[in-house]
Design a protein around this ligand. Structure first.
Ligand code: UDP
Ligand code: MN
Length: 291
């Protein structure tokens, strides 16, 4: 009897302890935050990319597109300086699979005819701003030219921009880099190959702006003024103090974007159809910008 009694007692203690542990474990689980997929919690990024038809176009878009594919919660605004949409651009964007919108924004004729430097990509970027004003309420936008080179960590950093953020841009020129000059954590000026009387002598690839801040500046846009596009746009965000600019890339000590330039290439010569008219080269021909 005594044995049965102590077995009963041990069993009771065992069951009671197990129950207490289960209750404690449930309580522990209920205190854990529910894991959220990354893309739900991160602020959206709007990447405005001007592009135009030339021999290198599909190559540039392919390279940039697969870079952007590493970045979550991103909408790629691809805006072509052309009067008609390009099936090849659409085909390329669909293949890459980054969420995108594709618009046309031709450069106004008066600038196209100009013999001197043209305001490249300005109508495209202003079209991107128009889209953001009409469709976006939060997040950050960034002007990413189709021919530049981007370390994806800059996208994660710019995502949290409150007003305007800036960082260095590597140049493939003798000057080497364009960057805010930082002394004791503050902007003391700008280092750039050409200052040209600009208040913000920065590169197009070196700053991002919050969508909310853009909404608070209803007249902000980019001027058709070669060399002064960045400066004009940033000035149109006034009031904007240098002290309000958020410094990224470890307080501007790293190069995470490069203003690269692809060598300008001549268009491919016409395909000799009498020799190759019955071959795969006819199909491949569709992907090329021919003279
Ligand atoms: N671009 C354009 N139309 C043009 C020339 C350029 O839309 O007639 C685009 C181009 O695709 C790029 C941006 O504008 O995304 C800047 O042009 P580019 O790279 O030629 O300028 P750079 O880097 O030499 O200042
Ligand atoms: Mn360029």
């Amino acid at each position: 009897m005594a044995v049965a009694k102590s077995i009963k007692m041990y069993l009771t203690i065992f069951v009671a302890t197990t129950c207490i542990y289960m209750v404690l474990y449930q309580y522990h689980l209920s205190r854990q935050p529910i894991p959220q997929p990354e893309y739900i919690v991160k602020p959206p990024l709007y990447i405005i990319t001007p592009t135009f038809r030339r021999a290198e176009q599909l190559a540039e878009l392919t390279r940039l597109g697969y870079t952007l594919k590493h970045v979550v919660n991103l909408l790629w605004l691809v805006i072509e300086d052309a009067n008609q949409t390009s099936p090849l651009v659409i085909h390329t964007l669909n293949r890459i699979g980054v969420p995108y919108e594709y618009f046309l924004a031709p450069m106004p004729e008066e600038y196209k005819k100009a013999k001197k430097t043209k305001p490249r990509g300005v109508s495209n970027r202003n079209r991107g701003l128009e889209y953001i004003r009409a469709n976006a309420t939060s997040g950050v936008f960034y002007f990413a030219d189709d021919d530049n080179t981007y370390d994806i960590s800059i996208f994660e950093q710019m995502r949290y921009t409150k007003k305007v953020s800036m960082w260095p841009v590597g140049l493939v020129t003798q000057f080497g880099v364009s960057s805010p000059i930082i002394r004791e954590g503050k902007i003391k000026g700008f280092y750039d190959g050409w200052i040209g009387g600009r208040k913000f002598p920065v590169d197009m690839a070196g700053f991002a702006v919050s969508v909310k801040f853009l909404h608070e500046r209803p007249n902000a846009k980019m001027p058709f003024k070669p060399g002064y596009e960045e400066d004009g746009f940033l000035k149109s965000l006034a009031p904007l103090n240098l002290t309000e600019i958020e410094l990224l890339a470890s307080n501007c000590t790293e190069i995470l974007t490069w203003h690269t330039q692809t060598k300008k290439n001549a268009n491919a010569a016409a395909l000799n159809v009498s020799t190759y008219g019955d071959t795969n080269l006819v199909e491949l021909n569709k992907f090329l910008v021919r003279t």
